[in-house]
Design a protein around this ligand. Structure first.
Ligand code: UD1
Length: 429
């Protein structure tokens, strides 16, 4: 499937942001650790989430959708600790089932994770954490196996700040015997959200959101009703959509504190950013200005917003430098953007961007989730028509992306084939 976009229309209006995908993935894994009903609200209806729900159902947990954004899970029926569906390899967060099952059943076997190809993405820190809780870990025939006769507390120092390892270790340690100290932990809002959710199930986790997380293992977790925080990256993407189209967009249902790094960069680039209690308005009236940015763990500028800011800087006045310090393979969209007239030179983990003022519509292909969304932003800003191919990546993490953009005045439609593309191009003049 493709998006056909007619660019050049300033986006104006309000858009409501959904629940955080990356928090939801950890929270759904946590949900299977109880043998009682766990109701998760504000769940984004996106592909990665639906794949994880499929995996949870396949191992025997009951999954009941109360509505589009609410699910009730009960882990009492789990009959296997082996998660091996072909589909699960497609998502990164399959590895959260390792921590959840290891904590609950002392054994887990999960296919090696897939996800976006943005770098080598090792899981050594996850495994190091499980080992210090007393587990044996092995990679056998494409499966990660973790097993512990006695799962106990541990003292873990993460060699790299990893969101995934922090959440996975919290999951397993929540049901270990004794206390765990996790140092150099990730501080992302979704780490805090998973900790809050586990605590609402009876876990004893303190310090989430700081460098040191302390977990006192409890014998069992109970049911809960929990609502997921808003998605920082979806919100940031719409904020940049306002910036690149010289629009005026209010993103609603957000936690402005989680968006501070994004807001700060938009202001440096000349946008007006107004914060409300649970909304942020971005107004852009003139040409954007250059800036330099380096992706860093939270509260730094998120790597998941790097392609979007690079698109904005392609249009800005002056020369900008974007340094990617989290994933080594995150500039794959640059060649696509060059087809639209962007001037970007990548050397190692730095992109030097010469702002060109205007982009031209072209046929481009999404290389991964966030870069795909960034190419859509480029298309919205560009003169003429842009066709973004491989939208399946975008659907992994954005719910009704085109529909939400259309509600802000954008001209973006889904096409099934070449005939559709030609028809839409004609209709969208
Ligand atoms: C999560 C997010 C992803 C986001 C990333 C960084 C999910 C499903 N995905 O990915 O959208 O871009 O955080 O905010 O939540 N590393 C190791 N060894 C490990 C684990 C990680 O070396 O065991 C390295 C990675 O290669 C990377 C860095 O640590 O360079 C950060 O990765 P991590 O925070 O773990 O990212 P993910 O959890 O995979």
């Amino acid at each position: 499937m493709q998006y056909v976009i007619k660019g050049g229309i300033p986006l104006v209006g309000d858009v409501v942001i959904g629940g955080a995908k990356n928090a939801a993935l950890g929270i759904l894994a946590a949900a299977i650790m109880a043998d009682e009903d766990v109701t998760v609200e504000n769940l984004p209806d996106v592909r990665d989430i639906n794949v994880l729900l499929e995996a949870i159902e396949e191992i025997g947990a009951s999954v009941y959708r109360l509505d589009e954004h609410t699910v009730r899970i009960n882990g009492s029926g789990i009959h296997t600790i082996r998660v091996n569906g072909d589909f699960i390899k497609r998502i990164r967060a399959s590895y959260y089932l390792l921590g959840a099952l290891l904590g609950k059943y002392r054994k887990a076997e999960v296919s090696l994770p897939g996800g976006c190809n943005i770098g080598s993405r090792p899981i050594d820190q996850h495994l190091k954490g499980f080992r210090s809780l007393g587990a044996r870990t092995e990679i056998e025939h494409g499966m990660v196996v973790a097993e512990a006769a006695f799962l106990h507390g541990g003292h873990i120092y993460l060699d790299v700040v990893s969101v995934g390892a922090t959440i996975n270790i919290m999951l397993a340690a929540a049901l270990a015997e004794g206390s765990t100290i996790l140092e150099n932990a990730a501080k992302e809002p979704h780490v805090v959200d998973v900790a809050n959710m586990l605590n609402s199930m009876g876990a004893n986790i303190k310090g989430a959101g700081t460098d040191v997380i302390r977990i006192k293992g409890v014998p069992k977790l109970h049911g809960t009703v929990y609502s997921i925080i808003p998605d920082q990256i979806e919100a940031g993407t719409f904020m940049f959509a306002a910036a690149v189209t010289k629009g005026d967009v209010t993103v609603k249902n957000v936690i402005p504190r989680h968006l501070e790094a994004i807001s700060a960069k938009l202001m440096e680039m000349g946008c007006e950013v107004v914060e409300f209690d649970d909304a942020v308005r971005v107004v852009c009236k003139s040409r954007l200005r250059y800036t330099n940015v380096k992706t860093l763990p939270y509260p730094g500028f998120p790597t998941d917003m790097q392609p979007q800011i690079s698109v904005a800087l392609s249009l800005a006045e002056g020369t900008s430098m974007v340094t990617e310090s989290i994933f080594e393979n995150r500039f794959k969209y640059v060649d696509e953007l060059a087809r639209m007239g962007a001037q970007i030179k990548v050397e190692g983990n730095v992109a030097v961007i010469n702002g060109v003022g205007r982009l031209m519509g072209a046929d481009v292909s999404a290389p991964d989730l966030r870069a795909g969304a960034a190419l859509v932003l480029a298309g919205l800003a560009a003169d003429g028509h842009t066709v973004v191919d491989e939208t399946k990546y975008i659907l992994r993490g954005y719910e009704r992306f085109d529909e939400k953009l259309r509600s802000l005045g954008a001209c973006i439609f889904q096409a099934e084939d070449e005939k559709d593309i030609q028809r839409l191009k004609l209709e969208a003049v």
